[in-house]
Design a protein around this ligand. Structure first.
Ligand code: ADP
Ligand code: MG
Length: 544
């Protein structure tokens, strides 16, 4: 199945480049022989830095063109190195007389084509040099093979070299600096899903639903080890073990860390991974002085991440911090990562476990606690299926029986809804219970308090969400209960009115809340919110 925005496989790359240069007017596409370069020419006497490689790793390299970063980039076809004429053309274009540095990821095709390009321009009197990045510890070959692949560390080498060039370093200085960074930077990647080349109907490798693969490459090369899915902390432990094992005496070093998304990994996941990386590196006495968490070096649409650890000196850190306006370079803190704080939400202080037993609300809470699955099933039919979870979040944590005055218990329930329950129900039920609590603290007469609280609660809920009778919401149970209570009938009759109101939602189409998005599909199912309201009035009526 086709999973890309695509017109045809052939037009994919030109179409993407067309959009990219239009969105970034400081970058120009040079059609002959095919490279991207800054609109502003290299100032005379400044070293220029270019890179390139197969496409499919964006935002690297095209997004790294700009002041303080790359001068030009040669994009090859997807996962295929650019040709030597592209590279020679880009080199010629950016040279201002001070020479041009090539930053090349260690793949045979890339290395060859950059090498040919350097030979071509050398004959024209242009001075060049090259830094080859070979950081991927999963690809180390002992037997005279091509050596480690170039992956995530490339952006560190690019950032540091380009900042040095911008600051006026000579070609020899920029090259030496780049080699010092590249020599010691190490990365490793892991995939939870393979990638697919646009236009192809086959993923780059097959992974079972519960499997993950360690040591994959950024072109969808399969990895070194396939295992069952593991928790993130364990995955990080496996990656860091290999990475640190490949660095001589990393303890005591200061390092830059990049936690990189491979294309389809959510920012929340990358931050979660980074937390573990930071914690484990600190435990190993490795000092993380700078960090970048983001999607920078991709393997098309792969779900996965890479971790890069690069030992750095103070000069490199200063260059890492130097400003750039390249469109894809994130705004990074020019400081060490902070403490790993407890980022959970504080529990509300709402224990209701002392004083007289509050029997009727205990009955109500117990009934909801026992009906979570039923309520979820109803919301799945009419809405998005989270109602039971929201009820359970708010009420599941109370120890029964609840103790305290009615007003205290109602207040505790209200606060629990606000703090613990998401969705519409947190706001709606929190509001209702807060009004009920206020009414019960104003008077000791139960029926009077319930009538006043229901009236104010209904008014606040309607004010909040604009629901009317017939909209398939809690209002369908609250409104008839309120009518009955204001007429001074018995609590049992009020409870019956609420139950009939809840039942009436069976034939309605929801016009409020998530359920409104499913339209006709909601017909035939009772609104779970209205049902829970009817249970509250039943518990009040049966109270002893
Ligand atoms: P979400 O709709 O955000 O998924 P929940 O599933 O937690 O929220 O809650 C859904 C319940 O909220 C519905 O069953 C309905 O009774 C109630 N509800 C939805 N919209 C409103 C509204 N505008 N006013 C009052 N109650 C509402
Ligand atoms: Mg819902």
């Amino acid at each position: 199945m086709q999973r890309y925005f695509l017109d045809s496989a052939d037009s994919f790359l030109p179409g993407a480049l067309r959009g990219f240069v239009a969105a970034n007017p400081e970058v120009v596409w040079h059609r002959d022989p095919g490279f991207l370069a800054r609109r502003t020419p290299t100032p005379s006497g400044r070293v220029a830095v270019i890179s390139g490689g197969g496409s499919g790793h964006e935002p690297m390299h095209s997004g790294l063109i700009g002041t303080g970063l790359l001068d030009a980039v040669c994009p090859g076809p997807v996962f295929t190195s650019p040709n030597a004429l592209q590279i020679a053309g880009a080199t010629r274009h950016v040279d201002s007389g001070a020479g041009v540095l090539h930053i090349v990821k260690n793949y045979t095709g890339d290395v060859m084509n950059f090498r040919i390009a350097r030979d071509i321009v050398q004959d024209e009197g242009i001075e060049t040099d090259v830094v080859v990045v070979a950081d991927d510890v999963a690809s180390h070959s002992e037997d005279g093979g091509p050596g480690r692949r170039g992956t995530g560390a490339t952006i560190i080498v690019e950032k540091v070299c380009c900042a040095a060039a911008e600051a006026g370093a000579t070609l020899a200085e920029v090259t030496a600096l780049g080699r010092r960074v590249a020599d010691r930077a190490r990365s490793m990647s892991v995939a939870l899903d393979p990638c697919t080349v646009p236009g192809s109907d086959q993923p780059s490798f097959d992974l079972g639903p519960d499997e993950m693969e360690l040591g994959i490459g950024i072109h969808g090369e399969s990895g070194t080890e396939r295992t069952q899915w593991r928790p993130a902390a364990e995955i990080v432990r496996m990656l860091l073990e290999r990475i640190l094992g490949s660095l001589e005496a990393p303890a005591g070093e200061q390092v830059i860390v990049v936690v990189n998304g491979l294309g389809s990994t959510h920012p929340l996941e990358l931050n979660l991974v980074f937390g573990h990386v930071l914690e484990q590196l600190r435990a190993a006495d490795v000092r993380v002085v700078r960090s970048l968490v983001g999607t920078m070096v991709t393997a098309l649409d792969m779900r996965g991440a890479s971790v890069t650890v690069a030992p750095v000196d103070d000069e490199m850190v200063r260059l890492w911090d130097a400003p750039t306006d390249a469109p894809a370079w994130p705004r990074l803190a020019a400081s060490e990562p902070g403490e790993l704080t407890d980022a959970t939400v504080a529990e509300p202080d709402n224990a209701v476990d002392s004083g007289p037993e509050c029997a009727w609300l205990s009955v109500f809470v117990e009934r909801v606690q026992g009906a979570v699955d039923e309520l979820t099933a109803l919301d799945r039919q009419v809405g998005d299926g989270d109602f039971g979870v929201n009820m359970s979040a708010a009420l599941g944590g109370f120890d029964l029986p609840l103790r305290g005055s009615d007003a205290e218990v109602l207040d505790a329930i209200a606060r629990s809804f606000f703090v613990r329950s998401g969705g519409t129900s947190g706001a709606v039920f929190g509001t209702l219970f807060r009004e009920l609590s206020k009414a019960f603290s104003d008077t000791d007469e139960f029926g009077e308090a319930l009538a006043a609280g229901t009236r104010d609660g209904l008014e606040s809920v309607v004010d909040l969400g604009g629901a009317e009778v017939g909209d398939h919401t809690v209002v369908d149970a609250l409104h008839p209960a309120n009518e009955a209570l204001q007429q001074g009938v018995s609590l049992a009759e009020a409870a019956r009115a609420a139950a009939e109101g809840a039942e009436s939602t069976r034939d309605q189409i929801a016009r409020k809340g998530r359920a409104s998005y499913v339209g006709d599909a909601a017909r035939g199912a009772v609104d779970p919110g209205a049902l829970v309201i009817s249970w509250l009035f039943e518990a009040a009526a049966d109270r002893r």
